[in-house]
Design a protein around this ligand. Sequence first.
Ligand code: IPD
Ligand code: CA
Ligand code: CA
Length: 268
Amino acid sequence: MHPLLTIAVRAARRAGDVIIRASNQRDSLTIDTKQRNDFVTEVDRQAEQEIIQIIHKAYPDHAILGEEGGQIGDNEVTWIVDPLDGTTNFIHGLPHYAVSIGIEVRGRLEHGVIHDPVRGEIYTASRGVGAFLNDRRIRVTPARSLEGTLIGTGLPFRDFTHAPAYYGMLQAIASKAAGIRRAGSAALDLAYVASGRLDGYWELGLKPWDIAAGVVLVQEAGGIVGNLSGEPDGFMDSGNLVCGNPRLFAALVRDIQPHLTPSLMARS
Ligand code: IPD
Ligand code: CA
Ligand code: CA
């Protein structure tokens, strides 16, 4: 395993321990609202602190972009950290959330770890090496069209600017797929596409820490990640992302494109 990935796994496990301990004492949880429907608990902050400590012990100079703490430092290596992806699930005791750590080297995503502490699952990937679930190689599914597929997504819940366009996409895709899932953790949605539990996934308005690790996982599992127009870039800035195996990616983009508004196209 690449040394950077080894540290990322250690950090993700430690954060997972913090989250599981706190999940057993949810009654005493302090919940703050960052903005409407955007919650943070002391668990998010504690988990991020644990991750930062482990990274900086091994690599004191590396930069970190954390959801809770923002950007720390400036370096050719940036760790992109979501200490608890699926906070709304966590707050409600719904056991579906994860720790996500992506590593960008000179502007390119190179490594990713997603840890589901509830199921004890660790997803890892390094560019050129492949994607793994608990050391077992994983691949995207071979689905050739939307028929019969299970597709992950996220519903608009904070910013409703693009909700009409999104629901147009949802109607088009749901009318062809076997099922749609809104499970509440973008990191796990991506890990599930990489491991074949979902055939594809799309969501609008994501943040870099939601997707950095998952992008490497899906790509290393043989999938394609792109923006709403089907281009292989732009999604880290826009937060609008589509993924799946190459054929399914194209099929999703075909059903998404008719619903793109000028403002979505400008920031696809
Ligand atoms: C959220 C989850 C959710 C997605 C949201 C994210 P958080 O992350 O990934 O599935 O729909 O866009 O913000 O806030 O729980 O870390
Ligand atoms: Ca998140
Ligand atoms: Ca989070």
